[in-house]
Design a binder for this molecule. Structure first.
Ligand code: IMP
Ligand code: MG
Length: 174
């Protein structure tokens, strides 16, 4: 297993997070956001972006999984769900990465069925070419090619989440 070269450095990540947060702050001016982080992967991106957004905000989390090693299963499991009534909330879902789209699509449908006042989606990385189901994304950090990445919250078998930058991951040297 090898950690390849950085795809995004700490500095690039910080700058992009700030740009996204500024856009979100402008779009939600005069409103209050319910920011829902999708764990575990989004925990670092979530904590960076909520600290940079300038409008009033509350936080909650959904814990979901759908991934086995480096392949998505399409079978999304919810291990922890939010409990509050969201019918009067402007919900912003925050996710680390979209791949097939199964996870976000499932969670989006689940949130929409609870009729929030509004729902937008913010993801840091978008592997667009891997998409199997369409999900509307409102804020995207970076589009990336079909590579497996770790760091900045993203894992391989639950490891490497604490790497402070985003790196390409290879199971073997080729
Ligand atoms: P999807 O359901 O296929 O869109 O997969 C999304 C989930 O898979 C994300 O929430 C991530 O946790 C995980 N994932 C997708 N691609 C990667 C990757 O390159 N590295 C680490 N985790 C990934
Ligand atoms: Mg995730």
């Amino acid at each position: 297993m090898v950690i390849g070269k950085p795809l995004f450095t700490i500095e690039q990540i910080q700058n992009r997070v700030k740009e996204l947060a500024d856009r979100i702050s402008r779009d939600y001016a005069g409103k209050e956001i319910l920011a829902i982080g999708i764990l575990k992967g989004a925990f670092i991106f979530f904590s960076d972006i909520v600290r940079t957004i300038k409008v009033p905000l509350t936080v909650d989390f959904i814990v979901a999984s759908s991934y086995l090693k480096t392949e998505t299963t399409g079978d999304v499991k919810i291990h922890y769900d939010i409990r509050e009534d969201i019918s009067d909330k402007d919900v912003l879902l925050i996710e680390d990465i979209v791949d097939s789209g199964f996870t976000l699509n499932f969670i989006r449908d689940m949130i929409l069925s609870r009729k929030p006042k509004s729902l937008k989606i913010c993801v840091f990385l978008d592997k667009k070419e891997r998409r199997k189901v369409d999900v509307p994304l409102d804020y995207v950090g970076y589009e990336i090619p079909d590579v497996f990445v770790v760091g900045y919250g993203l894992d391989y078998e639950n490891k490497f989440r604490n790497l402070p930058y985003i790196a390409i991951f290879k199971k073997s040297v080729d």
